[in-house]
Structures are given as C-alpha cells and as structure tokens.
Design a protein around this ligand. Structure first.
Ligand SMILES: [Zn+2]
Ligand SMILES: [Zn+2]
Length: 242
C-alpha cells in the first residue's frame, strides 16, 4: 500500500497527517497541490447530469424545469449545483461541516465556479452565504456556506455580503424531520437586516448542500419580500431524487 493510502487508512488526526504529507488529496491521499487531486476531481466532481434549471435536480431530459418546479415554483429563480450529494461527495461535505476541514471549502468553491458563469450571465451584484443562527455559529465556530462563498466571491470578482440577512429563528435540523414537515420548519427563519443591500439586487446565494430546497426557498422568499430582483442559488452538492 502506498504511504499516503496507508496513513489515510490508519485514520490519523488530520494535523498529524498534514505533517507527514504536507499536501495530499482528501479522497485518495495522493500528493497534490490542492485539497483534491485532478483524478478525484474528474472522477467524483465531474458532473454531466442534466439538471432542472430552477432547482438543479438531476433530470433525464434536457432544457425544461422539473415537474415539481412547474407545479409549485420556488421563490428562487435558478440553481446551479457542482455535483450530486452521493458517496464520496457526502463524506467530503461531512469532513468540512463536522470535521472542520475548512480548506475543503476552497475546493468546493472551485468546483462551483466554472458552472456558475452561465447562470450569472445576466449579472450578479452580491454573493450571500446562507446564514447560520448565532447559536449554531457559536457552537460550530464557522459557517460552512461562508467558507465556500468567500473564495468563490473572490474568484468571481463579486462583493461578499454575510450581514444583510440573518437566521433569526433556530430551526430543527432539516435532516431530523420528515419531508412533509421541512417546509413549515423554515417559516420565519430568516430576516433581512439591511434592505438597501438587498433591494433591486441580483443575489447569488451559496450553500454546501441542497436537499429539499425548503431552506433556500425560505431565504429567497425573504430576500424577494425585501425587493431582491433575482436570486440564484449556488450549491456544491444536490441530493438526487429518491
Ligand atoms: Zn485524489
Ligand atoms: Zn426543479
């Protein structure tokens, strides 16, 4: 077994691994310049799925919105996803979120950047991470959406705004709820604190994972109520249809 694979198989703490392997791919352990090697990027993050332009769910056909978006259009105008939320992408996301592997966020931003260009052809004024509540931010120590949004905004040459909108109501984690309960769970979760920053703006909202879309729908509805002209979501991973 090559040394990097052996070290990863031993599941050493990352700090220890980084000392032995200063730069290695988070998935396969091979030496590379970034967080993920080119082979793993091509294998696991190359996304050729046709997606609904509105909610980014994978579709068999091309071009038009999915049945759900046609029947009940969400408050956001479009969604761009870099890849599907499936192994080993789910593991990478967990490493960022619960393992505090913050450098992974730059790799996620990188995977999103090129795909986003087409979605932003009509213009974009600000990049906004989905806010975490103050309590959850204090508990986790960082907002994974902000960690992705920061390098992405820099690469796109767009201003980042992490303060115009806040999560004002703590909600049960969406993953703990039945699908039918998730929409109601998000009602009143967000508030715009700076209307001037939002009104008349085209906003790119960033999140790590989109599952049902209820969180992003609630945020977009809140932004639209305060005059946002257009809301486009940029999510690293999209849960496929079940
Ligand atoms: Zn790799
Ligand atoms: Zn859709």
């Amino acid at each position: 077994m090559p040394l990097p694979s052996l070290i990863h198989a031993l599941r050493w703490p990352d700090r220890l691994t980084n000392l032995v392997l200063p730069a290695s791919c988070a998935l396969c352990g091979e030496r590379c310049a970034g967080q993920l090697c080119d082979t793993c990027m091509a294998l696991h993050l190359a996304d050729h799925a046709e997606r609904c332009p509105r909610c980014a769910i994978g579709l068999a056909g091309v071009g038009s919105a999915c049945g759900r978006c046609i029947a009940a259009p969400p408050a956001f105008d479009a969604t761009c996803a870099a890849t599907d939320y499936r192994p080993p992408v789910d593991w990478l996301v967990q490493r960022l979120k619960f393992g505090a592997q913050l450098p992974l966020a730059a790799a996620f931003a990188n995977a999103l950047r090129e795909r986003l260009r087409a979605h932003l052809a009509g213009g974009c004024d600000i990049v906004m991470p989905v806010p975490l509540s103050a309590d959850r931010l204090a508990a986790r120590g960082f907002n994974q959406a902000m960690e992705i949004a920061r390098p992405l905004a820099r690469a796109l040459g767009l201003p980042l705004d992490g303060t115009a909108c806040a999560r004002v109501r703590e909600t049960a984690p969406q993953s703990m709820l039945a699908l039918a309960d998730r929409q109601g769970n998000m009602r009143g979760a967000f508030a715009v604190l700076d209307r001037a920053a939002v009104s008349g703006r085209q906003i790119l909202v960033i999140d790590d994972v989109m599952t049902t879309g209820h969180t992003l729908d609630a945020l977009a509805a809140c932004l639209k109520r305060h005059g946002a002209k257009r809301v486009v979501n940029g999510v690293f991973a999209r849960t496929p249809l079940r």
